[in-house]
Design a protein around this ligand. Structure first.
Ligand SMILES: Cc1cc2nc3c(=O)[nH]c(=O)nc-3n(C[C@H](O)[C@H](O)[C@H](O)COP(=O)(O)O)c2cc1C
Length: 244
């Protein structure tokens, strides 16, 4: 809730205090609201195959994009762009790029693990009615960006925050999202005409879903288990841990 006007009137009007007029209440959410936030976080899934074919309404897509665009970013750089792809021909070309890279990835596993990999479905590029390619413009904001000087990768970290915002908002809307990273970046850049200095951060397959796995699909299919949180939490400094 904004600070009431009578409180604001008691403040001096120096430029520093002008920013105080933008302060709003920061109390905890109501119990129902908190439950909803944690529910979105805990039940979000990476979706590969459960997509319905019906298109998403424009206003819903807009809400997802607004959620992404509300993400934090280093120096408020907002390095992201969102390329919406609905054309089946384009998605087919991207699927071909995925397919080639996936064959390469598969060959890196041996024996049973390779057979297990081959059985996994790792994308929904052709099935989902919408794809969004989320990019990071490394030149946005000029050569010196507040907070990024000592770690140039923070522009990509910022873009990943946008992806996660979109993913969680989508869960709340009954919309599934699947992140595809198995492709040579240059192949997708060439299909979409993305310039050299812009990085592809995520290819997201998006569509309504009626059902989701109740745990990560890779765990359901025996690929890898969720690690115990307690093994990942250290106190006051790095601690020895088993190879995980
Ligand atoms: C950066 C990133 C890249 C990913 N790339 C792929 C991918 O190419 N194919 C795929 O099937 N899943 C991909 N995933 C989804 C992960 O496999 C998934 O998040 C993980 O197995 C946990 O499952 P959950 O998201 O359903 O909780 C990716 C996830 C992230 C964060």
């Amino acid at each position: 809730m904004p600070i009431p006007d009578d409180t604001a009137d008691t403040m001096t009007s120096t430029p520093t205090n002008m920013s105080d007029h933008h302060m709003v209440s920061a109390g905890a959410f109501s119990e129902d609201e908190r439950r909803a936030v944690y529910r979105a976080i805990e039940t979000r899934r990476d979706v590969r195959d459960q997509f319905r074919s019906d298109p998403l309404p424009d206003d819903l897509v807009r809400r997802l994009l607004e959620a992404a665009h509300s993400a934090p970013s280093v120096g408020f750089m907002q390095p992201w762009n969102f390329i919406l792809i609905r054309q089946p021909e384009t998605r087919e070309r991207v699927w071909q790029a995925f397919h080639q890279a996936n064959e390469e990835a598969c060959s890196m596993f041996e024996g049973d693990r390779r057979a297990q990999y081959q059985r996994l479905k790792l994308e929904g590029i052709r099935k989902a009615p919408l794809s969004i390619c989320i990019t990071c413009d490394t030149k946005r904001g000029g050569p010196v960006v507040l907070g990024r000087t000592h770690n140039p990768a923070t522009d990509v970290y910022s873009t990943v925050c946008a992806v996660q915002n979109l993913w969680l908002a989508a869960r709340a809307e009954g919309v599934g999202v699947g992140w595809v990273s198995i492709f040579h970046e240059d192949a997708i850049k060439s299909i979409l005409g993305i310039p050299e200095h812009v990085k592809i951060v995520a290819w997201l397959c998006i569509g309504y879903v009626d059902e989701l796995y109740d745990m990560p699909e890779l765990a359901v299919k025996g690929w890898r288990e969720r690690l115990p949180l307690d093994k990942l939490v250290f106190e006051e400094g790095w601690q020895d841990c088993d190879d995980m």
